[in-house]
Ligand binder design. Structure first.
Ligand code: ZN
Ligand code: ZN
Length: 175
């Protein structure tokens, strides 16, 4: 997800580039990946490069019921201004103004890296309680078996006999 913007930075404000995005990216230090697909537009601004990316990401999440890892599609529109850390014409280091801290930067070699933005957008757009599918049956709360892959023996166990008595009483009172 690296784009060399050296030439774009030398062009006048308003100059643009577009790229297709189709790559796999590490979502964190572990083995989780996100698979962004979409389009990236770059535009030279007076301060840096305006990035606009419309992306569908397949983010690996864990089902909130059965804990299975599955790819969840996340749609994001990334809109960020990337600021250069070095002057394209003089090669001098630029100080990114304090108020702009937290914004994304273009490195000393004029490489704009979209990875961090993708990561951040993927994290903030993750569902709170993802389901591998709408009617996921989840795990058995007794033996921990995945109830989507067949019933476990726990399900056949009858309810506590004391409850059975109460239920009978209730039936009588209704009937
Ligand atoms: Zn599930
Ligand atoms: Zn069970």
């Amino acid at each position: 997800m690296h784009y060399n913007v050296a030439r774009l930075l030398k062009e006048p404000v308003g100059s643009t580039r577009t790229y297709g995005i189709s790559e796999s990216v590490h979502a964190d230090d572990g083995d989780a990946f996100i698979f962004p697909q979409g389009q990236l537009s770059l535009m030279r601004t007076d301060k840096g490069v305006w990035v606009e990316a419309k992306v569908v990401m397949k983010v690996l999440v864990s089902c909130s019921r059965c804990l299975k890892i599955f790819p969840y599609p996340v749609n994001v529109v990334i809109q960020e201004e990337y600021l250069p850390t070095v002057d394209i014409n003089t090669g001098q280091s630029l100080h990114v103004p304090e108020r702009e801290e937290g914004s994304f930067t273009i490195d000393q070699r004029h490489i704009l890296d979209l990875t961090e933005a993708l990561r951040q957008y993927a994290i903030t757009n993750q569902p709170m309680k993802p389901l591998c599918y709408q009617d996921c049956l989840g795990l058995c709360h007794i033996c921990g078996a995945d109830r989507n892959s067949g019933s476990c023996s726990c399900e056949e166990e009858t309810a506590d006999p004391r409850w059975a008595t109460l239920l009978k009483l209730k039936e009588h009172s209704i009937g």
